[in-house]
Design a protein around this ligand. Structure first.
Ligand SMILES: [Zn+2]
Length: 77
């Protein structure tokens, strides 16, 4: 998860339980759920901005995303 954020130039705080900046707000699962929501929203805004005005390219991005979701559905059972 941290690597995914880092790849986008973002740094997650080390605030999970037991980490140096432990924020005390929820367990690791709660943190991952919020990180995932934030990551999805951020990436979607980047995609929308990158392909603004090019609906064919945007369609291709969404088709690729659908294919990857299907792959992940298989991985996750
Ligand atoms: Zn935290």
């Amino acid at each position: 998860m941290r690597e995914a954020f880092a790849a986008l130039g973002l740094t997650l705080p080390a605030c999970l339980p037991g980490e140096p900046e432990d924020c005390g707000h929820g367990d690791a699962r709660d943190h991952y759920a919020s990180y995932l929501g934030a990551l999805q929203g951020h990436v979607e805004s980047l995609i929308e901005a990158s392909f603004a005005g090019d609906s064919d390219a945007l369609d291709e991005v969404y088709r690729a995303r659908a294919r990857h979701r299907a792959i992940m559905d298989d991985v996750l059972g």
